[in-house]
Design a protein around this ligand. Sequence first.
Ligand code: SF4
Length: 323
Amino acid sequence: MYDPAEQPLLLEARHVRTWFPIRRGMLSRVTGHVRAVDDVSFDIRRGETLALVGESGCGKTTIGRTLLGLETAREGNVLFEGANLLGLSVAAWRPFRRRLQMIFQDPLSSLNPRMTVLDILTEGPAHHGLLHGPREELAERLLGEVGMDTSSLHRYPHEFSGGQRQRICIARALSLNPEFIVCDEAVSALDVSVQSQIINLLLDLREKHHLSYLFISHDLGVVRLISHRVAVMYLGRIVETGNTRSVIETPRHPYTRALVSAVPVPGRDRARRIILHGEVPSPARPPPGCPFHPRCPEAMDVCRREVPTARTVDGITVQCHLY
Ligand code: SF4
């Protein structure tokens, strides 16, 4: 049985900060920063899936884009097999580009409508010098890997359903033999029945190719089906990390408890749902102390003054003054 803890580290994010400048006036002076990702650290091992969950706008997608060099971090390190990816030039990124891939939420907008499936699946391998035979042979093998037949080869993205388009996106990511894939809300736009098919496909491919995933989602119900570990994000920070089952069954952080209480469970009393009051604060002006304190039902005086440090309780790492 696969045990992530026994696998070698593949990716390590260390104290990553990705802030976006706010510019005002005729001279576009920088008057502040949106702290989309603020001091985030985590590890992912070979063959492991780490889920990143939280409300929209909490910084999940920005982390995924930062790992792949699509956003520029102002601080921190992202080590991929020990090599730091942050700050690499376009040329220095080239050997890594094929090894780290991304699958997006909206397959239609991430596929070029003027390209056939054959072109879509072979463009990357041709660019990276990985095409060692007829294009059709490679594209047919990739379609087989994602459960599609070869009659799709000369068709265009608009001729497929949402689920089929997402399969094409997965095949395109596989075409470069990646080791790490960021799945950014990869099943959120799909019907529930199609969601489970795509999750099963991702699970099969993970096992077959020993892939590692960063699975970004707002849906804990989906996350529990695919991830080994989960990291809960709030306002640009990770507030709780641990084994998926432990975090979902015994959430420690008050924010995680609210998220878990919103997952429908047959037989669970709806009245037990924790309703959070107030708006998520602006990441341009995060509150002092614990960033969750304006909405936290358990906030204490210390929460308004001091940022909690990470503590590990029964294998779960949590940032909260309650621990
Ligand atoms: Fe709530 Fe305080 Fe814990 Fe923040 S540190 S989650 S405000 S109890």
